[in-house]
Design a protein around this ligand. Sequence first.
Ligand SMILES: [Ca+2]
Length: 194
Amino acid sequence: MKTRNLIIILAAAFSLMMLGCADENGGTGGMAGTGGMAGTGGMAGAGGTAGAGGMAGNLIAPLDNDSLQNPAVSEFLSITGTRDFAYTDQISYPMGDTEDFVEFEFPNNSNPAQQVMITLDCTFSEAQNGAIVSATVWEDGVEDIGLRADCNDGEQTLTVDNTKVQTVRIYFSGTPTDDEQTLVDYTITIVGFQ
Ligand SMILES: [Ca+2]
C-alpha cells in the first residue's frame, strides 16, 4: 500500500512538473511576443519614410541634354496632319535641368502671319517665392521675348512667321528669391490649327 501511495505521489509530482514546464513554455511564447517588438523594428522601415526626406533629392529634374539645336520634341503642324500637341516634362532650380526646348514648324505656304496658341500649365514644388516659369518662342534660333506664355496664365495666342522654324524654350524667367530648390512639373500645349 505504501509503495502504491508513493507512486501516486510521484505521478502527481511529475504531472505538476510537466505543468510547470508547460507554463514556462507558455512564458517563452510570450517572449515571442517580445519578438513582435522586432516588428516594431519594422517601424524602422517606416524610417524609410525618411526616404521621403529623400524627396528633397527628387526636387532635381534630371538633365535631358536638350538644347535649341537638339529639342526634346519636334512637330510639324498642318491642317491635314498634326494640328496640335502637348509635351510634359520637369525643370528645376537651382540644381538640375533648368530649361527645356520644344520645336514646331508650320508649312511655309500657309498664312505668313501664323497664329499659334500656347498654354503652359505648371505645378511648383514650393511656394513660388518669386519663381516664374515661362515659355518664349525662338524663330530660326533668335528669341522673340514678345512671343511668350507664362505658367498658369491661360492660353496665349501668338503670331509667328511660318517661313521660320519655331523653338519654345521653357525656363525660369524669374528665380525663387530664397533660392529654395524648386521643381516644376509642366505641360505645354501647342495648338497650330483648331
Ligand atoms: Ca532640358
